[in-house]
Structures are given as C-alpha cells and as structure tokens.
Design a protein around this ligand. Structure first.
Ligand code: NAD
Length: 499
C-alpha cells in the first residue's frame, strides 16, 4: 500500500503533515514522507494539564465501563490493521508480517485489558481485632506518561495504554521522534473509539511530538504519576533518577543482550530456526533480539555451517515486498554503530562473516545490511554491549555451569533461552541458580513474547514489567483499608491506651 493511501485510510490529513519542523523519513529508501509540527515545552505542559483534568473525571468511571472503551479501541484496530501495519513498515522499515504482527499485539492487549477491567481484584485480609475487617483496594494512579522507542512504535505504547486506561488513568504519550506518523495515526484511531464510547473526557490520550527535550517535560512534571519509559539503557539512566527525585514512579524497559545456550542434546533444526528468527528478524532491532549464542564446543561445527548457509540466502530488501525477511536499519547512524562494533569485535579476536552494506534496487537511500556472525574467542567487552543491529556473537563452552555463568555475565537481563533435551539442564536454567533474566525460555528463542505474560528484565534492562500477568498493578495505587464494625476500639498488638 502506498504511503499516501495509508495516511488517507488512517485519517491523517496531508495538509497537517506539511511544513513542520520534524522530518518523518522512511528507512526503506530515505525519502521524506512528511514534515510534522513538534510540540513546544509550553504546548507539552498544556497537554499534561489537560490530561490531569481528564484523569479527575475518568477515575470515577466504573472499571468495566473503562474496559468498554478499550473494547471499542480493539475493534477500531481490527478495522485499521492493514493500514496501520503498513504505516509501521513505511515508518520504521519492518517487513509486512511484522508490521501486521505489531497491530495484532495491540489487538491482543486490548482483549486482555477488557477482561482485566472486571478483575482488578484486591485481597481481603484477616484482622487480628474482633469486629474488624481488612481489605486492599486498587485505585487509579493519575497521569501515566509513556515514552516509547522507535523499534516497537505502536505495540509497546498500546501495552501501556490499554492497561493504564482500564486502570482509570489518563495517558500522555511521547513516541520516538523517528515515528511521529504512527503515533498520530494511533491517536486518530483511539479518538474514533472514544467518539463511539461517547463520554470519555477530552484529553484522555495526549500525544507529545518531539525528541528528548519534550520527553524531559513529561519526566519532570509532578502531575505525571508514572513514567513508563522504553528505550536505551542510556535513556533509563537519565529518566529513572529524575523521576525518583520528585518521588514519581517509573517503569523502565531498557536494552537487552539476549543469549541462547545450545547444549549437546539440542534439536539443532529447531535451534537454527529459532536463532535465525530471533537474530535477524526486525534486522536485529528488537530489545529481545538474539545477540549471543553460547554453544557447546562439541556441536559448534555442526551448528555454524548450517547457520551460515541460511544467513547466506536471507531475502534482504524492501520490507514492503512480501518475500523479504530482513528490512533496513533505522538510519545511517545505526549502520555506523554496527560497523564500529564489528571493527572492535575484530580487534578483540572475532572472526566476522557478513555485516556489509547491501544495495537494494530503488531503495538506495536505505541502510540495508547482511546480518553478521562474529565467532569470538570468549565473551569480550564488545559482546557484553548491546549494539542495536544484527550482529550475532558466538562463543563456546565446555561445562554447563560455564555456559550459565556466561549467560548471566552481562550488564543487561532481559531475555534468554536454552536449547536442550536434558531435563536437568532445562530445569537448572529456569531455577534460582539459572538465568537471571526477566524472560527465560526452553526450546524457543528469546524474542516474540506473547502479551499474556509480564514483559521486562532485570539489571540494566531496568526492572520494569508491563503487558500481561499482574503488571497492571504498576498502573494503580494500593490502599489498605481497616473497617471497625464493633462497638469497641481495640488496638493492634494488644496495646492498652485507656483515656
Ligand atoms: P532511545 O533511548 O534513543 O529513545 C527512546 C525514547 O526515549 C525516545 O522517545 C526518546 O526521544 C526518549 N528519550 C531519550 N532520552 C530521553 C531523556 N533524557 N528524557 C526523556 N526522554 C528521552 O532508544 P531507541 O533508539 O528509540 O530504541 C532502541 C533501544 O530501546 C534499544 O536499547 C532497545 O533494546 C530498547 N528497547 C527496549 C525495550 C524493552 O521492552 N526492554 C523495547 C523496545 C526497545
């Protein structure tokens, strides 16, 4: 679908997309798609104020009714799936299937959130005092600020928003300045749902267009109760302490350095397929991308030739072509970072296959690369860093304990997996002595999570959890209530205080 048709289908007015200061460039071929007007600090503050007003009204709406708005939003997403998926491809270069997959993820989280809107349960607690009852109540939190990264331009926002809205909050979203169009399109789709819903307050969803300085307005504003920020560890290092300094809450979803341990008993066919999808999918630009393979020394020579053969035949090209599996990097800076990491890897003893730029016909302005495999002498410094590009480092191990130690010996702690048919190895990997990541899988790659589970990671990945399971609790505040229905006033701990 052409970009003009996509924008039209999503209700974005071509007039509003001209003459702005923020250039929306497609990574497919480098062409300018639109020029969008950024927010000023003053307009950002105004939007936050509007959001705070919307919160005051929305928090009083019964939760199942809030769920109804998200049900309608899910319906609108179903109706716009093809166009929004195509816009994701145009704006961040995802292949068609992955663009659609992102929108499907949005639909899935809406379904989850609708169910959740009737299940925001609190506990009843046994009181030690006669004639007393204790309970927990979960209340809406306030304005939720969502800062998102370019590589999941719509799904991550929807994980936060669908849950935040059913929990009774308003949302102010600062998308990456690399994807203003998908953000504006999502806002339009949300507005359609809100219109059908009827009495949603104005300002329930505000979008701030701009770069880091506009994100900082959100970070520093006391009215923003929770800042849910997805992006690099560098960003989290700045955002976390600033939000904490004003006693706000933050939920950080930062960089990963995800590994697969391939054991001697592994089903190599499965492992090779899982490695390929998780290492080269989205051109290596997922937080959960497989970046390290830790393979037993006895099977390295079986695994690597198969992998290199597949790598040699990867369909790299225009992501809008249905046969392509590897699209472009987001921009030239990303390409340069990949090249400098490969150079350092070589200096640290790595043997590199691939990594060079690939010219794609009619897409000369795009930065396409041959995904790289770097056979390393050990887990050197560069292997311990996240380079946001398709570089797969391969190291070997002798003893299982060493493989586990290598898996954990990186600053990040997002996703991990093991390929084995040995029950002891699998269970040890999942145990307290095993992987230290937020996600640990057996016989399945580290990327492509389902929305039903809580998503996030430890250490420099930031510690946040969003999406499924009980991640909703981060978007609410808990009150502990004690009710005395007796005619006396006993004190806890048996304290006597007669007056
Ligand atoms: P980035 O850190 O450059 O930017 C992310 C967002 O933060 C953008 O919206 C940016 O404008 C904003 N930002 C940056 N500095 C800020 C500051 N000081 N204050 C407020 N806002 C600020 O990241 P990116 O290049 O867009 O995305 C790639 C990174 O995101 C990778 O490290 C990847 O692993 C990570 N990521 C993590 C997850 C996860 O769930 N753990 C998901 C997707 C991406």
């Amino acid at each position: 679908m052409s970009i003009t048709k996509v924008l039209k289908q999503l209700g974005l007015n071509a007039k509003d997309l001209k003459g702005g200061d923020l250039i929306a460039r497609s990574p497919i071929d480098g062409r300018v798609m639109a020029k969008v007007k950024s927010d000023s600090k003053a307009s950002a503050v105004k939007k936050i104020a509007r959001s705070a007003e919307a919160f005051s009204a929305w928090r009083a709406m019964p939760a199942p009714q809030r769920g109804e708005l998200i049900r309608l939003f899910g319906e609108e997403l179903r109706a716009h799936k093809e166009a929004l998926g195509a816009l994701v491809s145009h704006e961040v270069g995802k292949i068609v299937q992955e663009g659609l997959g992102e929108v499907q993820e949005m639909i899935d989280i809406c379904d989850f959130a609708v169910g959740l809107s009737r299940q925001l349960y609190g506990l009843t607690v046994a009181s030690e005092r006669p004639g007393h009852r204790m309970m927990e109540t979960w209340h809406p939190l306030g304005v939720v600020g969502v800062i998102s990264a370019f590589n999941f331009p719509v799904a991550v926002w929807s994980w936060n928003t669908a849950i935040a809205i059913v929990c009774g909050n308003s949302v102010v979203w600062k998308p990456s300045d690399k994807n203003p169009l998908t953000a504006l399109a999502c806002q339009k789709i949300f507005e359609k749902a809100a219109k059908r819903f009827g009495n949603a307050p104005k300002g329930l969803l505000e979008v701030l267009i701009g770069g880091r300085e506009i994100g900082e307005v959100l970070v520093d504003d006391k009215r923003v109760a929770l800042v849910s920020a997805t992006g690099s560890t560098r960003m989290g290092r700045e955002v976390g302490p600033r939000v904490a300094a004003r006693f706000g809450r933050s939920l950080l979803e930062l960089g990963g350095n995800n590994a697969m341990i391939v054991c001697p008993s592994a089903d190599l066919e499965l492992a090779v397929r899982a490695i390929t999808f998780s290492a080269v999918g989205t051109a290596g630009q997922r937080c959960t991308t497989l970046r390290r393979v830790i393979v037993h020394e006895s099977i390295k020579d079986k695994l690597l030739p198969r992998l290199k053969k597949i790598y040699g035949n990867l369909p790299i090209g225009n992501p809008l072509n249905g046969k392509t599996l590897v699209g472009p990097l987001i921009d030239e800076a990303s390409f340069n970072r990949m090249q400098s990491s490969l150079k350092v890897a070589e200096e640290q003893g790595g043997k590199i296959t691939g990594g060079q730029r690939v010219k794609v016909k009619d897409c000369e302005g795009g930065f396409y690369v041959q995904p790289a495999i770097a056979e390393m002498p050990g887990q050197t410094e560069i292997v311990r860093e996240e380079t946001f590009a398709p570089i797969l480092y391969v190291v070997t191990y002798k003893k299982f304990e060493d493989a586990l130690a290598l898996q954990n010996d990186v600053p990040q702690g997002l996703s991990s997996c093991i390929f084995t048919q040995d029950l002891r190895e699998a269970e040890t990997f999942l145990s307290a002595q095993g992987s230290d990541c937020g996600i640990a899988n057996v016989n399945i790659g580290p990327s492509g999570a389902e929305i039903g589970g809580a998503f996030g990671g430890e250490k420099e990945t930031g510690g946040g959890r969003e999406s499924g399971s009980d991640a909703w609790r981060a978007y609410m505040r808990r009150a502990t209530n004690t009710i005395n229905y007796s005619d006396s006033l006993p004190l806890a701990q048996g304290i006597k205080f007669d007056v």
